[in-house]
Design a protein around this ligand. Structure first.
Ligand SMILES: Nc1ncnc2c1ncn2[C@@H]1O[C@H](COP(=O)(O)OP(=O)(O)OP(=O)(O)O)[C@@H](O)[C@H]1O
Ligand SMILES: [Mg+2]
Length: 271
């Protein structure tokens, strides 16, 4: 756990709402969410399926437009009006999603996918040799071999390779904020810990600020400085990980904590 993070607020939402559909079919997926990410902080958002976590993540990324509310990056309203502004924003914030298949354009080969990361950084003018070196470095970081993969399409990769390729992209773009939306849900326990190790290495080596989205309260407790609990579109509780888990105030949080008895026993033993 990272006890010390800076006071500087990177990303902030004020009363953000997202409603899908209208009239009788309206779904209030995100309701009045106030949220802050500080430089260097590790945050987890925990909540059951359908509580609005991915919707909130997509709003933070600028992939979905909020219905109302305000979003500030480094204290200023973020600008996403045109492609240039969006690219500038996406240098700061990137995500790894639940489903690696949805992350990549299936018609682009691996070399194009990685090359696009260089473009995002404004590095399209460096020599081909330098580009290749950067792509090789990124693959090395996640234990993939560039030479074996560069001319493959995403559908030719295994699930684990795709997960690693997602992290290789993050390594290349080096965003300030990384949102990891259940990045480990599709893979086995062994790959899961490897992926988490890679994310924590990114954090240590690149100073990335990470927002985890998970169902796993134990993981959230283990990894995060701050936990937000989300239920039916609302943040029902937030605070330092220890406070939220050891002294939950909200009834929904209490229920989540009591559903993980093993977690509780382990702390009792360690105290
Ligand atoms: N594009 C969409 N159109 C209509 N409704 C949507 C859309 N995306 C999400 N929803 C609805 O918004 C609510 C929140 O969904 P969301 O995917 O954010 O939940 P989640 O917390 O990420 O769940 P999970 O843990 O299963 O991933 C759900 O009721 C979902 O059906
Ligand atoms: Mg989700």
């Amino acid at each position: 756990m990272n006890e010390i993070f800076s006071d500087q607020t990177l990303l902030e939402t004020k009363k953000v709402c997202k409603t899908f559909g209208s009239g009788k079919n309206a779904v209030n997926a995100v309701i009045d969410v106030d949220f802050q990410i500080h430089q260097g902080e590790i945050i987890s958002i925990v909540g059951t399926s359908g509580s609005g976590k991915t919707t909130l993540a997509k709003i933070l990324l600028g992939l979905l437009k909020e219905t109302s509310g305000e979003i500030l990056y480094k204290g200023k309203p973020r600008l996403l009006k045109n492609q240039k502004e969006r690219r500038a924003y996406w240098q700061n914030i990137q995500a790894i999603f639940q489903d690696p298949f949805s992350t990549f354009n299936q018609f682009f080969r691996v070399d194009k996918i990685l090359n696009d990361c260089l473009k995002l950084q404004g590095l399209e003018h460096i020599s081909q040799k330098e580009k290749t070196e950067k792509m090789q470095d990124a693959c090395k970081f996640v234990n993939l071999k560039y030479e074996e993969l560069y001319n493959k399409y995403p559908f030719e990769l295994s699930g684990g390779q795709m997960q690693r390729l997602m992290i290789a992209r993050i390594f290349m773009v080096k965003p300030n904020i990384l949102i990891a939306d259940e990045p480990t849900s599709m893979i086995d326990a062994c790959s899961r810990s490897t992926i988490l190790d890679m994310l924590m290495k990114l954090r240590e080596e690149e100073g990335m600020t990470i927002l985890f989205i998970t169902h796993d309260l134990g993981l959230a407790y283990y990894l995060s400085d701050t936990i937000y609990i989300m239920e039916s579109g609302r943040i029902v509780e937030k605070g330092p990980a220890e406070d939220v888990i050891l002294h939950p105030q909200d009834s929904y949080t209490k229920q989540l904590v009591s559903d993980v008895p093993k977690l509780h026993e382990e702390w009792v033993l360690s105290y």
